[in-house]
Design a protein around this ligand. Structure first.
Ligand code: SAH
Ligand code: SF4
Length: 394
């Protein structure tokens, strides 16, 4: 029986509709682009250069949300900026706090699409889980986001905007080099970041810039379901830590649960990991492995995982993620004993394989549970739509 669901229906970028506002949005532009935009609106080159530097500091170091608040720009000049430029954050629709302290925000783009971001606090640090797309084209069968259709790629401003909103909420302006709660970022929210490569790269470059938000590339992790042709480019042009959603060690199972595997197979994927620029024993590649009962959680699977990691000589660690359920999901979570046994086998082979404690499950904020409230299609409905699309293409 063919497995329903398109493998990779629409990898082409879908952009935001043009804004009706003729003002230029500054959040998400590079320093150079800000300078050029200032010149375009009439500032002398020298002025533009100076002002661009000040704006960058105000936006990304001080967290300014209006030109009026920018004390180092002459009061008389501030209205001119407000007339030509904007400084937007995504709109907050709702916020929820889990009983374990995890926070989830439902956000809205200016053209009205919902997406989510999650903050997972620990004792003296915390991780922001950032979305790269509204929905996802990829249809992994255990992932709630995969039941949404892709609405569009998020803009750089909307990706950086998530980090800025989290900083607002945590009161972490101005940027401090040490002691911040928002210490790490993972591109593990909604969407496949390597299918929105340019925007994710531009946004992360801003997040990493030392004069602004200044988060080190060592504290940022990009997770991909295995978009092989983009992986080397990601290493070269972004250079952050890589996580790969492996989830299965046989073609049969991975084809089923991560349909992209039918396009880029396991061996090809692991070779791309071996070639990932910057991976070494100090900066290992993380393999994410969702534990699905009786699907991918046997001793044999664990041993095969070890064999594959060794075969490709990968500097690797494995994150075992107990499956987080959602309404209508086809899978169950492996038992605690099974997850522990799987972890022991991998550990005994000398590969770190911690079990990731689920966080924020009660507010549907855990891995793979994100799906904006507006989208309520069932799995069956989605399969039907996918089959219809496939038939239309045939
Ligand atoms: N699209 C990217 C990043 C987002 S998902 C990717 O697939 O890698 C972040 C991680 O959560 C991925 O490893 C994903 O496979 C995993 N995940 C998805 N659904 C899950 C679920 N229901 N339970 C546990 N993990 C899940
Ligand atoms: Fe998309 Fe990642 Fe979910 Fe797969 S696991 S559907 S790639 S968000």
């Amino acid at each position: 029986m063919p497995i329903p669901g398109l493998i990779d229906p629409v990898p082409v970028p879908r952009e935001a509709l043009a804004s009706m506002d003729s003002r230029v949005e500054l959040v998400g532009l590079s320093k150079e682009a800000i300078r050029a935009a200032l010149e375009e609106k009439g500032l002398e080159p020298k002025q533009a250069k100076l002002r661009a530097k000040q704006l960058w500091h105000q936006i990304y170091n001080r967290g300014a949300t209006s030109f009026e608040a920018m004390s180092d720009i002459a009061k008389a000049q501030r209205p001119w900026f407000a007339e030509h430029f904007t400084l937007q954050r995504p709109e907050i629709v709702t916020q929820q706090v889990s009983n374990d302290g995890t926070r989830k925000w439902l956000l809205k783009t200016r053209d009205g699409h919902d997406f989510e971001m999650v903050f997972i606090p620990d004792a003296d640090r915390g991780t922001l889980c950032v979305s790269s797309q509204v929905g996802c084209t990829l249809n992994c069968r255990f992932c709630h986001t995969g039941t949404m259709k892709l609405v569009r790629n998020l803009e750089p401003s909307e990706i950086v905007g998530q980090v800025m909103l989290a900083r607002d909420a945590l009161g972490e302006w101005p940027s401090q080099p040490e002691g911040r709660m928002l210490s790490n970022i993972v591109m593990m929210g909604m969407g496949e970041p390597l299918y929105n490569f340019d925007h994710v790269r531009d946004a992360l470059k801003i997040v990493m810039d030392g004069d602004g938000i200044a988060l080190s590339k060592r504290r940022i992790t990009l997770s991909t379901s295995g978009v092989v042709p983009m992986m080397a480019k990601a290493g070269e042009e972004i250079g952050v830590n890589l996580a790969v959603s492996l989830h299965a060690v046989t073609k049969e199972v991975r084809d089923e649960i991560v349909p992209l595997n039918r396009k880029y197979g396991i061996e090809e994927l692991l070779q791309a990991c071996a070639d990932y620029p910057g991976a070494n024993n100090a900066r290992r590649i993380t393999f994410e492995y969702v534990m699905l009962k009786d699907k991918n959680d046997s001793d044999e699977d664990a041993r095969e995982l070890v064999r594959l990691i060794r075969k490709y000589k990968l500097p690797a660690k494995v994150n075992l993620i107990p499956f987080n359920p959602w309404p209508g999901a086809l899978y169950e979570t492996s038992t605690d004993e099974r997850v522990q046994r799987f972890s022991d086998i991998v550990f005994d082979a000398g590969i770190s394989a911690p079990i990731r404690r689920p966080r924020g499950r009660d507010i549907m904020a855990a891995c793979g549970q994100l799906k904006s409230a507006a989208e309520k299609k069932s799995r069956a409905e989605l399969d039907r739509i996918a089959e219809e699309k496939q038939a239309a293409l045939a």
